[in-house]
Design a binder for this molecule. Structure first.
Ligand code: GTP
Ligand code: SPV
Ligand code: MN
Length: 579
């Protein structure tokens, strides 16, 4: 297979001249092709077959120095540094190209170069956007097969549209000193070298669908966000669609796949997306969302039949596991899995029970969304789904209440801009440190956050029918480190309040930071909780919030004169209410 599209053919030829592969292979996205790649990786040792309890499941062990996203090696390359902003690392585009050309030069000698045409979003949706990833990693091809709509139909759309994001990836030598993830928003181009892991290498995901797309979305008037999309149906058959932005490894996949607890008979929850949402205003001013992905690259540890039964069932077959442990009879194992005993850790070394976690904390499953028992067919609807509420959240052991509501859109944008969360194993670096992660987009916004907040604020002028904005925190703890809120399926109790607020069915307590629930309006029946837990979860400590608001103010000032005046005004307003 080659292409009738001249610019694509020319780019593929240029890349081949630079990287010097032995073969060039155009991916068609077929099942036969997928199985062929799996077999080839079983032969090479890139994959290990798991036992028959896990049909069509494979384990991949990545290089131990290559286990997560590398934010310090991720760059946005715009001509002006100011356009990239203090939220990103910047490199001058010609310097970046020189550096990358040097790394890519001859790097595919002795290897096959795969050309992957893909479409982010339903093939027939005007909201979708296409790309082509060129890679020398069969593991990347197999993952892209599970996670995107790739192959022939995508290529046909590219040939019609003549516009696509170019992504070039090579695993290189996996030398952390020779590892860079570069983005050229103005050229709609991504270049990634030296990592084979997740967001660093599966270029359709964070590189395209967030960093490049956020920049495209700014000029085209839409939003590309690090959000799950979930459908909630109450016993009366009323449906709502919620979009929620939580930082990496802070609960998006879990919320998107939530199973209503026994106390909530008649409720139904279906998954539209678990990581990324593209949001567009339609002609009526309604915000609509599509999930650009077609599969999940989810955190494995913590997943079991109690916490997330849907995910647990989803990954019983047709799944690629990366960096989990295995039992003596070759079953995958991870922390908080309730069956089996790990004998080999994620690096392939004997596991004694003391040397470690057995699975890497950022070990992941890759699986097609179709395997999810809660899959919503609306994930394939070209029109997307209408969003009732936008929910921001973070992992905060103190301060942030279980849930609160913004007073209006602009206040909601301030709440989003002020999101802070404890760092997780999803990126290299220290874990558990609270940092600002505005809209959960700190690692993913492809341009200056000040301009991004301005873009968000502009939606307030474009529609009077926007979703209500909320903030949640499932991760409050007591002095002993115990979670105060049971989380997981029980989070539906909080989503109910959110939906009731959207429908004007319930009153709230007005506080300086926003509207909070009356304690009796969050149903806690049947939960193993002390009344004082709820008091803590719904408390607003003025002194701590004054400090927080001051810290947010200082953070925002870091964006200098580019910071939208509306956002500063919103901040002053809340700070004064707290004083
Ligand atoms: P990325 O894929 O990195 O963007 O992460 P994500 O936001 O989809 O996070 P995910 O749902 O995979 O959750 C990450 C970790 O948080 C897992 O170990 C979960 O078990 C845990 N977790 C998720 N939801 C809850 C919750 O409601 N309460 C508690 N205590 N833990 C949760
Ligand atoms: C995240 O880190 O937010 C992820 C995993 O969803 S990765 O695709 O590696 O970015
Ligand atoms: Mn993510």
């Amino acid at each position: 297979m080659t292409t009738s599209n001249e610019s694509l053919q020319q780019w593929v030829d240029e890349v081949a001249m630079l990287t010097k592969p032995d073969n060039i292979y155009w991916c068609d996205g077929s099942e036969t092709e997928y199985q062929g790649l799996i077999n080839q990786m079983l032969d090479s040792g890139d994959l290990i077959k798991l036992n028959d309890n896990y049909k069509n499941c494979y384990l991949h062990r990545s290089n131990p120095t290559d286990v997560a996203r590398v934010e310090h090696l991720t760059f946005i390359c715009t001509p002006e540094e100011e356009d990239t902003g203090p939220n990103n690392h910047w490199m001058q585009p010609t310097d970046a190209h020189m550096k990358m050309d040097d790394l890519f030069s001859g790097c595919m000698q002795g290897r096959t170069m795969y050309v992957i045409p893909y479409c982010m979003g339903p093939i027939d949706s005007s909201y979708s956007r296409c790309g082509v990833e060129i890679t020398d990693s069969p593991y990347v091809v197999a993952n892209m097969n599970l996670m995107t709509r790739m192959g022939q139909p995508a290529l046909e759309r590219i040939e019609q549209e003549d516009r696509f994001v170019r992504g070039l990836h090579s695993t290189g030598e996996l030398d952390p000193e020779r590892r860079f993830i570069m983005h050229f928003p103005e050229e709609l181009m991504i270049q990634s070298f030296g990592s084979g892991y997740g967001g660093n290498a599966l270029l359709g995901k964070k590189c395209h669908a967030l960093r490049i797309a956020s920049s495209q979305a700014r000029t085209e008037g839409w939003l590309a966000e690090h959000m799950l999309i979930v459908e909630i149906e109450n016993p009366e058959g009323e449906k709502h669609y919620l979009a929620a932005a939580f930082p990496s490894a802070c609960g998006k996949t879990n919320l998107a796949m939530l199973i209503p607890p026994e106390s909530h008979a008649g409720w139904k929850v279906r998954t539209i997306g678990d990581d990324i949402a593209w949001l567009h205003l339609d002609e009526t001013g309604q915000l609509r969302a599509i999930n650009p992905e077609a599969g999940y690259f989810g955190v494995v540890p913590g997943t079991n039949e109690n916490t997330n039964p849907n995910a647990y069932n989803t990954i019983q077959s047709d799944t690629i596991f990366t960096n989990v442990a295995v039992t003596a009879d070759n079953e995958p194992w991870w922390e908080q899995k309730t069956t089996g005993v790990p004998t080999i850790d994620w690096k392939g070394n004997p596991f004694t029970g003391e040397n470690g976690p057995a699975a890497h904390p950022n070990s992941r499953f890759t699986v097609s969304a179709r395997r999810n028992p809660a899959y919503s067919p609306l994930a394939d609807d070209p029109a997307g789904v209408p969003i009732s509420a936008i929910i921001f959240g973070g992992r905060r052991r103190t301060l942030a209440p279980l849930v609160y509501q913004a007073k209006d859109w602009n206040h909601g944008v301030l709440i989003g801009a002020g999101v802070a969360s404890e760092t997780t194993a999803a990126a290299t670096g220290e874990v558990g440190v609270v940092r600002r992660d505005p809209m959960a987009m700190k690692p993913f916004c492809g341009y200056n956050f000040a301009d991004y907040w301005d873009h968000w604020l502009q939606f307030g002028e474009r529609s009077d029918n926007l979703p209500k904005i909320f903030h949640v925190n499932w991760f409050r703890r007591d002095e002993d480190g115990r979670f105060l809120w049971p989380g997981f399926g029980e989070n539906l109790r909080v989503l109910r309040w959110i939906i009731d607020r959207c429908e004007n069915r319930t009153e709230a307590v007005e506080t300086p930071i926003g509207y909070l629930p009356h304690a009796e309006d969050i149903d806690t029946e049947g939960l193993d909780m002390q009344p004082s837990d709820m008091e803590t979860l719904l408390g607003v400590d003025s002194a701590s919030w004054r400090d927080e608001m001051q810290a947010i103010g200082k953070y925002l000032q870091g964006y200098g004169s580019r910071l939208p005046e509306k956002l500063s005004a919103e901040h002053r307003k809340i700070a004064e209410l707290l004083d």
